[in-house]
Each structure stands twice: as C-alpha cells, then as structure tokens.
Design a protein around this ligand. Structure first.
Ligand code: G6P
Length: 611
C-alpha cells in the first residue's frame, strides 16, 4: 500500500528509482511522483495514473541529472488520486521533498498549529502537512535530521518516510513507524524501499528498519538511531531470492504465472518438512519442543483477505486432523475486540506479505496479552517474520499479482502440516500419518494435471464473463474454497460474487437464482457428496446455470451441469488445494476476457499497510 523508493549514490538516480518503483507498483498505482536535485533546485514531477505516465512526462535531461532521488507510487487514503495529491510533497519554501507510506492521523491538528496561513497547502493529504511541518522545524534548526526528529515526535499514526533537502543533496533521511522500510546497502550507493524485491538487482544486503528508527544516509556512511537519538547497531541481512523471480517469464500476467507456479510452490512449502520415520511434520521455526506443543489446547488464526480464507480452511483441517480447537478471526476485528487468550492458547498470524497493518496490530494485541505468537508468511524478513515468536515461511517466492493465488495454496499446505504435527500428538496413528505424507507428495503432480484444463476453463469463462453476479457453493472444507473462488472473481473481474455453504443457499441466495445466475459448485466425491447433490438439484430446479468442480467418474453431477471441470482425487483434507486452482483460473480468464487489468485491479493494493 503505497511504495516508496530512494537512491543516494554516484550514478544517475532517476532510471534506478523508476525501475525500482515499477516493481512496487503492486502496492498502489493511482498516481506516482519523483523528486530530484538539479542545478541547485529541488524538482518534483508527479502524474496521476500508472508509473509509465510519470516516465513519459519526465523531461529527458532530468534522467541523468541527479545522484539523489525519492519516488512514490500511491494508493490513496486521504484525498483523491490525482496529480495534486501525488507524492513527493514539499515544504513551504520548496527546500524539502518527502515521500510517505502510512497515515498521519493528527494531520489536521498539525496543520492548525504549525502551518502559517500563507502556507500554500495545495492538496488534501496528510503527507503534505508533514512536509510543511518538517520545513517549519528545518527553518528553526537548520538541520534536516533535527527537523525530521522534531516533526516525528509530534506525529500520531504510521509512517515509512524518505526525505531530502536541496541544501544538502548528499544526504537522505528515512524513518519508520508501522510501515515497512528497508535500507539497501551496496558498495557505492544506498537504497530505500518498501519491499526488498524492488532493489534486488542492485544489492541483496539490507537493513530492516524497526519502528521508531531513523536512518541518516550520507554519501559515504549511514547512521541509524532511535527517534530519541540512541544509536542502533543494525544487522545487515542477506536476501537469497533471485531478482529474476519477479519477471513474467512469458506469461501474459503475473497472476497467470503465479497460478502455474503452484506445482513448485506447494512443493517448496512442504520440502524438508516431512519427517517420514515419525510420520509427522517438522516445523523447526516454531521454536517449540513437543512438550510445549502438547500443552496447546486452542489455536487462534488471524489474517485478512485471502489469508483469512486459508485460515478458515486451516480450522477445518486442524480440528479434523488434531481434534484441537481452532478459532479464526479477521485481524481487523480481533485487534479492537479485547480477545480472550488463555495460557494454553497459541496464536498464528497468517499473511503473504507479512506487512498487513491489521494483521500486525492483531499480532501486537495478542503479544501484549502474553500470548506466544507465530507467523506464517511469505515475506522473508517482513515485520511479522521479525516480530513474531517463531513461525513458518511458505517459501512461495515473490507474489506480484494483487489477487493472491500461490500464497493461498502454500498457506494451506503449511496449515495441513500443522494439522499433521498436532494430529500425530493427539490421535493420528503412524499409519495414517504416512498416508497423509504420501498424499501430500503427490499434490504437485496432480496440480500439473489440473493446469491442463486451462483452455477449457477459458471457454467456460467466456460463458460467464458477461454475468453481473455469481454464486459459489461448497460444503465442509470446500466452503472456504467457495469463499476464496468468489473473492478472486470479484477482485479482478468486478463481477459481484458470493461464496456460500451449499446447504445455506436455501436461506437466502436461492432467491437470486434464475437462468442468468452462474452457480459454481465445488462438489468432489466425499462424505457429503449426496448432500451437495440435493443442494445442486435446487439450483437446477430454478434454472440456475450450474458449473461444477468434481472428481473423476461422477456421471450424476456431470448430467446436471452445464460444464464440469474434473480434478484428480486425493485425501479429503488435501482436496481443497486441488479444487481451488480451477477457480483461480476461472477468475483470471473472466477478467482477461473482460480486458481488465488483471494484475492491478482498481482500488486494490497487494500489501495493505494502513488500517
Ligand atoms: C490485500 C491483498 C490480498 C491479500 C490481503 C491480505 O487485500 O489484495 O490479496 O489477501 O491483502 O494480505 P496478506 O499479505 O496479509 O496476506
């Protein structure tokens, strides 16, 4: 949610910063801007729309002029997404440029106290006020560092900021509270970024700034300290990901590439974690010995968006496999609800990015209440990874498409492993444990089979692409899959879609069914097969258009359906990893056939770092 980049070094900053900014475009893409230093002047260029608009608007000579630059791609919180409200912002005297990710909650008070009446506050954004406040203190102290410190002491809210002043174009200042900010260090330059992926082509040596820390970057050195000026000795981390993992590799969209990557990413999630001789899972990152795990009587799984749906599925899995009580909650609700945590409660926060503001806040709430909190995340070195008491990486590689796909199946794989781990302590026999392990090992090849349905799914997508509504139905473990399928469709195709437990349909949504309503049902042959057939009969009786995801040899549902998609059969606990994939592809093709921006759907952002 908003991406910021900074560069200070010996090369031309603009091309470097623009290339990095494009890699952050998934965080927000309604406007963008850049500030540079050129011939004693601070120059700011901004445009509404995507980054290519900014790039085309930049005068060519500017491309090589500056060795310092800060840039921003925006997801609007305060003020419309237009050129005026785009970042960078500057102070009254146009000495200082600022980019910001987060929300300055008390910006109105700051404006009333510190901005002169003649201050030309042009936009409606909280950030613009912060730029003016920093300018106010700069005029008093004549030190940018002092000005930033003084200003941030007054700020309520969250921020990741990068600032520089035209009086010293060899210095850049960054600070963080609640919004991610990373300092990249190379031999001849410093980089600032909201996400390491943006700078990996330049360096893999990074420092994750912590909350309430300020970094002062000069041409040949950097200093990190707390907001109260206590020096910090930072740890320099080395990132192992390769920069090439964020290319489309011949696919039309990142989302399609990421759907196809699931044969590999699911394997990465369980690789090295199957303990065959004990028929269980090994999750060393939890930092908990078996006797500690044994004491756990209740799990709380907290997340947002698609990660929340993987947690819902986790509840079905873990309760079934381990007979362990699991509560699932939206992180945004949990954080303000004063939740009950008992001594035997273990909390998991699940987040692809590891940076979602509500999930972080839920983690802090649980920690403050004394809970042991684990993270399940894809974000190597993310805030959740660093601030949790332990956890499990899903190792899915960078996910760029705003609609999450491969992270979902990897999260579910990890939750399955948790089910196995706890289950083996609480009733699963070694024979059953081995059965689970064998079935899991077959999943990547079964995903491969499902991906062969891609062309057929596009044909089905063509049949529903002009619908205005869609209903997704599933029972048991496939109810969360129905929710996730519906979310995918609405996120990227803007067709209203609802996921429902198939049997609940008769308590409301059935009223919507007519010959125009596509109903997408997930109905593999399992214990509730006969029950779901009755539910689907109710759809057919009302002339609903039935599209089904079924398993092999199912003539009965085939005969009822306008179209079927057949997925391989596996153990019922693993079946959702297979049934969700056709739904991801369906949403993708509907959106693509509607000629929509699949990877960057309107109003959404990949990483929501504001509450
Ligand atoms: C945003 C994204 C979703 C994602 C959700 C939670 O809404 O668009 O794709 O599922 O945030 O993100 P997280 O990184 O915490 O899993």
């Amino acid at each position: 949610m908003c991406g910021i980049v900074g560069y200070l070094g010996r090369n031309s900053a603009v091309p470097i910063v623009l290339a990095a900014l494009k890699k952050l475009e998934y965080r927000g893409y309604d406007s963008s801007g850049i500030a540079i230093y050129n011939q004693d002047e601070l120059k700011i260029y901004k445009e509404a729309g995507k980054i290519f608009e900014l790039e085309s608007a930049l005068p060519k000579p500017e491309l090589t002029m500056s060795n310092i630059a800060i840039a921003h791609t925006r997801w609007a919180t305060h003020g419309e997404p237009n050129k005026k409200n785009a970042h960078p912002h500057h102070d009254k005297l146009k000495n200082i440029a600022l980019v910001h990710n987060g929300i300055i909650e008390n910006y109105k008070q700051l404006r009333d106290i510190l901005c002169d009446h003649d201050d030309q506050v042009e936009g409606e954004t909280d950030t613009e006020i912060l730029a003016h406040v920093i300018g106010y203190f700069y005029n008093k102290h004549h030190s940018l560092e002092e000005a930033v410190r003084a200003s941030l002491h007054l700020v309520e809210g969250t921020y990741g900021i990068a600032v520089f002043c035209k009086d010293n174009p060899k210095q850049m200042i960054a600070a963080r509270k609640g919004s991610p900010l990373i300092l990249g260090v190379s031999k001849d330059a410093y980089f600032l970024t909201s996400d390491v992926n943006a700078i990996l082509t330049h360096t893999n040596k990074v420092i994750y700034l912590n909350d309430n820390e300020i970094a002062v970057l000069n041409e040949d050195n950097y200093l990190i300290s707390t907001l109260d000026n206590v020096p910090v000795d930072p740890e320099i981390a080395t990132i192992e990901w390769e920069a090439s993992s964020i290319e489309k590799n011949g696919f039309k969209h990142f989302m399609l590439k990421e759907i196809f990557e699931q044969t590999t990413t699911v394997r990465h999630a369980f690789r090295g974690r199957l303990y065959d001789s004990m028929a269980t899972a090994r999750l060393g990152g939890l930092n908990m010995v078996p006797s500690d795990l044994r004491k756990v009587k209740r799990l709380q799984l907290l997340a947002c968006g698609t990660s929340y749906y993987s947690c819902l599925l986790g509840k079905y899995l873990i309760e079934r496999m381990a007979r362990l009580h699991v509560e699932v909650e939206y992180a945004s609700e949990y954080r303000y609800r004063n939740p009950i945590i008992e001594d035997d409660t273990l909390v998991f926060v699940v987040s692809q990015s590891g940076e979602t503001a509500d999930t972080l806040a839920a983690m802090k709430e649980a920690s403050a209440k004394g809970a042991r909190v684990m993270g399940i995340t894809n974000g190597i070195g993310s805030t959740i990874a660093r601030e949790s008491d332990g956890g499990v990486y899903i190792y899915a590689g960078a996910e760029i498409g705003v609609a999450s796909t491969k992270a979902f199946t990897s999260q579910v794989t990890i939750l399955f492993l948790l089910g196995l781990l706890f289950g083996r302590m609480r009733g699963i026999s070694p024979v059953q444990g081995i059965e689970y392990i064998k079935a899991l090992r077959k999943i990547p090849a079964q995903i491969e089979e499902i991906l062969k349905l891609n062309d057929k799914i596009r044909e089905i997508a063509a049949k529903i692409k002009d619908s205005t509504n869609a209903l997704y139905l599933g029972r048991d473990l496939h109810f969360p899959v129905a929710l996730e399928g519906a979310l995918k469709l609405k996120e990227i195709s803007y067709i209203h879609a609802e996921g429902y437990p198939a049997a609940e349909m008769k308590h409301g949504p059935i009223a919507l069914i007519d010959e125009n309503m596509p109903v997408i049902a997930i109905a593999p042959k399992d214990v509730l097969y006969d029950k779901i057939i009755s539910n689907l009969q109710e759809v057919v009786a009302r002339k609903g258009r039935l599209f089904t995801i079924i398993t092999e040899h199912d003539e009965q549902i085939e005969a009822m359906s306008e179209e079927v998609l057949i997925v391989p059969k596996t153990l019922s606990e693993l079946q959702p990893i297979l049934t969700v994939i056709p739904l991801q592809l369906l949403a993708y093709h509907v959106a693509d056939l509607r000629e929509l921006d699949v990877d960057q759907p309107r109003n959404l952002a990949k990483s929501v770092t504001v509450e």
